[in-house]
Design a protein around this ligand. Structure first.
Ligand code: ADP
Ligand code: MG
Length: 350
């Protein structure tokens, strides 16, 4: 196996404050191989941008190391200058130069190259991002999505070894965001780029990344692909952060099964016997069943094409979500029969 393209080992980062060192990232390790798109996904303030700045060489390490192609570029004692790392960055406020044309923005990082090579590369990049005919335009003449494509072309033009994208779509409309994330993924794959995206937006992460690290307070709590994070969350935090769902209380019996208000299920998580647990119930884990003995009160009903999302109150008072595929005539206040679709659900210590 070749060295990972990018490797972080036990990285600790922090800011010096009047009160002392404020550690914001701790014991963070990850490995990303060539051609892969990785993502750090986590709430605002968890340390994502700080990690990216450390990878580009702008943030000193308190502990650990960062390596590109197996060669250490950052340790607490030594740091390779940012311009020697060949790391490209694209930020959320795409920050195109307003007084430069699209052509000149994309060519900005190629100023020292011969004019012919530069023109050729600019043309190649604009065609890659689907903007071949717009090289003469100025940033204010472009839509937000087009500006993002230019910013991407500009970041890719000098052929960086690694591309870092910091919340690149957060200034765009929600609708456009997910579509553009998918398009940018295709562009990066065609360019055979290796990239790290950071975002707080799960849809963006899922649309773009091959592998995702969920961050909580400066640490990666789970690294995996979108499917695994959704279906096999490692902690209650990941379960709550990824996708819709509710953590319902249960109790694990001697025989290994977990007793919930609606019957017994099996746990896919590490929980011990006779312990109080919380079980992750996604809206698609419940089915309507008129003959089921388990009854719940419909307290909220909203159309979420193609079906309806129900909020249901169980006799104990706890509420769960259920995705119903079609209009079944139930109204708020009605009693609905429900049953579980699956016999195994992720469980966590309470
Ligand atoms: P994210 O990108 O995930 O929103 P950041 O990496 O920007 O998080 O910030 C992580 C933590 O570090 C936050 O608590 C933030 O307030 C703090 N922080 C970020 N930049 C600085 C700075 N220059 N000086 C002091 N604290 C900072
Ligand atoms: Mg940030």
């Amino acid at each position: 196996m070749p060295h990972p393209h990018l490797q972080l080992d036990h990285v600790r980062l922090g800011y010096r404050m009047p009160t002392g060192m404020h550690v914001v990232v701790d014991d963070l390790s990850l490995a990303l191989h060539e051609g892969r798109i990785g993502c750090l996904l986590g709430p605002s303030g968890c340390g994502k941008s700080t990690v990216l700045r450390a990878i580009s060489g702008f943030e000193p390490l308190l502990a650990g190391s960062i390596a590109l192609h197996g060669e250490a570029v950052s340790t607490p004692r030594r740091s390779l200058a940012p311009e020697k790392r060949r790391v490209g960055v694209m930020f959320q406020d795409y920050a195109l130069f307003p007084h430069l044309s699209v052509d000149d923005n994309v060519g900005f990082g190629l100023r020292r190259e011969p004019a012919a090579a530069r023109t050729g590369r600019v043309r190649e990049l604009l065609s890659l991002v689907g903007m071949a005919s717009l090289g003469g335009k100025y940033p204010h003449e472009l839509s937000g999505g087009q500006q993002q494509r230019v910013a991407l072309a500009r970041a890719l033009a000098p052929r960086p070894e690694l591309l870092l994208l910091d919340e690149p779509f957060s200034s765009l409309d929600v609708d456009l965001r997910e579509r553009l994330a998918g398009e940018i993924r295709d562009i990066l794959k065609e360019a055979e780029a290796t990239a790290i995206l950071v975002t707080h937006d799960q849809a963006e992460a899922f649309a773009m990344a091959d592998e995702i690290g969920v961050m909580e307070q400066g640490r990666i709590v789970q690294w995996g692909n979108a499917y695994d994070l959704y279906h096999h969350p490692a902690t209650a935090f990941v379960a709550g952060f990824i996708g819709a769902g509710v953590l319902v209380p249960g109790r694990r019996g001697d025989n290994g099964s977990i007793r919930l208000e609606f019957g017994d299920i099996h746990a896919s998580g590490p929980v011990s016997n006779n312990a109080e647990v919380r079980v992750l119930l996604r809206p698609d884990d419940l089915l309507a069943d008129a003959h089921s003995p388990i009854r719940a009160r419909l307290v909220h009903k909203v159309f979420r094409g193609p079906g309806y999302l129900y909020t249901l109150r169980l006799p104990s008072g706890s509420e769960v979500l259920a995705q119903m595929p079609r209009e079944d005539g139930h109204r708020v206040g009605d009693e609905v029969g429900i049953r579980l679709r699956t016999g195994t659900l992720p469980a966590f210590p309470a």
